[in-house]
Design a protein around this ligand. Sequence first.
Ligand code: PMP
Length: 399
Amino acid sequence: MKKNKDVYLDGAANTPLDRKVYKAMKPYLRHSFVGNSAAIHNHGIKAYMKLEECRKVIADCLKVNRSGVYFTSGATESNNWVINSLAFNEMKKPNGKKHIIVSAIEHKSVLSACKHLESFGFKISYVYPHQRWGYITVESVEKLLTKDTLLVCVMGTNNETGSISHIESIAQKAHEYGALMLSDCTQHLSFGGNFIKLGEKNPSVDYFTFSSHKIYGPTGVGCLIVQNDSPIFPLLLGGSQEKGIRGGTSNLAGIVGMAKAVELLCRNSHVDHYYKLYCHLFNKLYKLGISDLFKTNGEPSRYNIISLNCTKYINCKDQLASRLAAYGISVSAGSACDADNNETDEGVFNPSHVLVALGLPENEIRNTIRISFTKYSTCSDIDHLIKALIKIRKDINGG
Ligand code: PMP
């Protein structure tokens, strides 16, 4: 097979910019036209009004209060903002809360922020996913909740397995113990349509976070959404932007792009497309008589993120994702942000923390690939992936 076909199946890491999003952004990339949204002259006022229009579009689509929508540089910042600002605020109190519960399958921007707080005297408890289905249960969170729990961090859809946790029920339970709930919804939004009505579906979650580049918007911009008048304190100190609690000149073009991306998602659901691709993958494996040799790690409830365990079919000593890259196929070994997932220069293998939390042995982790579709993915992309898997197996078995 030709090695130079370019197949992109890594939508959970980055989605291509939608053409309509680019068109919406274009005028705001020209400084001669756009002022600083914090400036008091006409150009500034125009920019400010556009910023507020974007806030309303996002709030309406996600069914949340406009006053709770804050613009950030992405989900990493949003997650850090919630975790650190709440913790620092507690540290000012004589008997502040010092306990945080975090799921072991969170993105590193949540896990590392929590871990860092240990050096400030916080106790971090890790909640592990259901070993087969990959989601976090209310019962497992409840076992760890105490009256000293400040925050519970459980993501909506996992970025490596596509498993969905019951965030609303977990938030309700957290509230019974007086704790707050943060849900990283970066991958939760990608289905579009009714699925993105975060506030309506999960009214008890206090904080949602997400990034624009996972939903066909530009990179370097994201949101923090605060619901239920839950507390939030400044972390990035500076100017008076974002009601004085997040300093820094607003990325207007980026925000315009993100609002357009959210609006497009709100109008269109991608469920049918992702379901078609998902079925094509497994039907094809079935027709080839090899479907029994593949399994999914966790439950890919969203169809567009599949952690495919190929160990029974291929047993690479190195990483299967790297071998596929040689055939022009871009799939992930784990989260793209997690550089640890790769082999280090010294050849030490650092496995995906999500797959470790699911109890997988090292060889299964090496032979697992995360396939994540975009709305532009096609059945032919999947055919190409399968052809490459067949070829790699032949290479390994010398046949
Ligand atoms: N959370 C999740 C679930 C993610 O998938 C990512 C991106 N890989 C992030 C947070 C971080 O987003 P950003 O790079 O925009 O800060």
